[in-house]
Design a protein around this ligand. Sequence first.
Ligand code: ADP
Ligand code: MG
Length: 238
Amino acid sequence: MARVVLNDIRKSFGAVEVIKGIDLTIEDGEFCVFVGPSGCGKSTLLRIISGLEEQTSGGIEIGGRDVSLAEPAERGIAMVFQSYALYPHLTVRENIGFGLSLARRPKAEIAAAVKKVAETLQLTPLLDRKPKALSGGQRQRVAIGRAIVRDPGVFLFDEPLSNLDAALRAQMRIELTELHAKLGATMIYVTHDQVEAMTMADKIVVLNGGRIEQVGTPMELYEHPATPFVAGFIGSPT
Ligand code: ADP
Ligand code: MG
């Protein structure tokens, strides 16, 4: 379990500053959603938290540790992306266990961990299938399983549902909310979809042009939008 603290995070690509001073605390166990229009810096901020991208200035703490310069593998996080590249030649079981195999964990430990994850995500009947024999939603669950199996304190999701159709998206919203309740982990979830933000978040962070427009619960943002941008973004139907 882990609290995430961002202290005046900035990021420039060449002469262009795309993250313009982000101060934010995400509490231990919170489901925090970053929402905002395309190009506002959501993915860049997530990649900075993960360590895949280095901030130009500012600091990051995870679970009380300064990880500003730590390697991704040392941050106690797991990432789930929009394009969830599963290994096509491996079974579901092997896909979920892959990270633990790489880390050379004992076979019995891997088997036990995969079994538990499969039960959590209702993948047990599918463990011997290859990805091509799965539906889109099942594949996404396997991708989430690969992240969960390492038992991270913090999950980072970058638009994980955007390739799914509307019905499946609605179902996965419910499943992810249930998963969060079950695991109790801190989750940082990026989307440009205000329905996802409003239905899943404990806390919403509205980003615009590399800055925070407002932070609040879905109800606070809906009832008391701080700016016309927030009102328009939260209020507009998809
Ligand atoms: P979002 O995820 O909110 O759509 P991004 O974080 O992907 O936004 O991008 C924010 C801004 O940073 C965009 O203007 C994008 O073009 C720019 N950007 C992102 N990554 C790079 C990069 N590697 N090099 C140059 N510009 C980038
Ligand atoms: Mg993005």
